[in-house]
Design a protein around this ligand. Structure first.
Ligand code: ADP
Ligand code: MG
Length: 332
């Protein structure tokens, strides 16, 4: 659905040239929810804005559907943009227009007949639970409601793709959850392809099928969300995950222990594999940290365990045979 090939964007400033995107390749399948994460300044906004050409790359190509966005003339670009909706961190609503008029805005811009505008707007407001707010102004709504208006407006022209630039970053955790649930529902019901730019790992964990990690304008890692979360390869990914995770304190590791990270996926998450193996092999262990989370709905568990007595190698071998991911992280 979306393809970036060698996309590069440079900015000139008095301090010299700054490469915001450095030859980025990216491929988003139709119907996917694709996350792009990175620290502030990594180039996330620049990247997402090349998809609807709010930002024109200095090099490389961008395709959406079967169209090369980077090759379109202004009139063609206007038409193509109808199929690409976008929502923003601060909603970007028109303060002097009612909710209804905000949602109707892109349809009027296109010169659609008044009756059609009315029908479509009413339908969108109902779908997004905003019907009762139609005549209000943006300042009368909560953050979550404003983002719903942003989504309704983005959907007005019936897009295939929805671009979300930090769409939940200004919202509290409960409202974030609500908006993510809504995006997931739109993805499912409308087959909408969604690109989510975020610095919040939790957002990726909750809704994204795949994720790319951006650092200094380059993609340093990408893969299925489950794989990236359970086996992060790049230091930036590891650090960002560690911040949203509970690490363990080195000082709490017993002397002479073998420390291993165990990863349980799917149904094995709820099986007592560790205690079974410990009994069979005759090892003692203590748990240094652990958590069970759902990654895009799939249960996944991670335990950091110190084997303090007995044959740790044999125990780890048996765990691996039972489908548990095993990685030694320290100790003897
Ligand atoms: N219009 C601009 N002019 C000059 N530099 C810019 C401009 N937009 C972004 N940059 C620079 O490009 C880099 C990436 O910015 P951005 O894409 O906004 O990152 P992110 O969204 O990941 O925080 C930053 O170093 C930023 O300062
Ligand atoms: Mg940004």
């Amino acid at each position: 659905m979306i393809r970036l090939e060698g996309v590069t964007r440079r900015y000139q400033s008095r301090a010299g040239e700054r490469v915001a995107l450095d030859s980025v390749d990216l491929h988003v399948e139709r119907g996917q929810i694709f996350g792009v994460v990175g620290r502030s300044g990594a180039g996330k906004s620049t990247l997402i804005r090349t998809i609807n050409r709010l930002e024109t790359p200095d090099g490389g190509k961008v395709f959406v559907g079967d169209q090369e966005i980077t090759a379109l003339n202004p009139a063609q670009l206007r038409t193509a943009r109808r199929k690409i909706g976008m929502i923003f961190q601060h909603f970007n609503l028109l303060a002097s227009k009612t909710i209804e008029d905000n949602v109707a805005f892109p349809l009027r811009l296109e010169g659609r007949p008044a009756a059609e505008v009315k029908t479509r707007t009413t339908e969108l407001l109902a779908r997004l639970g905003l019907a009762e707010h139609a005549k209000k102004y943006p300042h009368q709504l909560s953050g979550g409601q404003k983002q719903r208006v942003g989504i309704a407006r983005a959907l007005a022209c019936g897009p295939d793709v929805l671009l979300c630039d930090e769409a939940t970053s200004a919202l509290d955790p409960e409202t974030t959850e609500d908006i993510l649930g809504l995006l997931e529902q739109l993805n499912r019901e409308l087959g909408l392809t969604i690109v989510m730019i975020t610095h919040q790992m939790e957002v990726v964990r909750r809704v994204c099928d795949r994720v790319a990690v951006l650092k200094d304008g380059r993609i340093v890692e990408q893969g299925d969300t489950v794989d990236v979360f359970l086996r992060p390869q790049h230091p930036v990914t590891q650090a960002m995950l560690a911040e949203s995770d509970d690490g363990f304190d080195d000082a709490s590791v017993p002397a002479n222990a073998r420390v291993a990270r165990l990863v349980f996926q799917g149904t094995s998450t709820y099986e007592p594999e560790l205690s079974r193996v410990a009994r069979t092999v005759g090892v003692d262990y203590s748990i240094l940290s652990g958590r069970i989370a759902r990654i895009r709905g799939v249960p996944c568990g991670q335990l950091v365990v110190a084997f303090t007595d007995g044959d740790a190698d044999a125990a780890l071998k048996q765990l691996a045979e039972r489908g548990v991911g095993v990685e030694t992280v320290g100790g003897r």
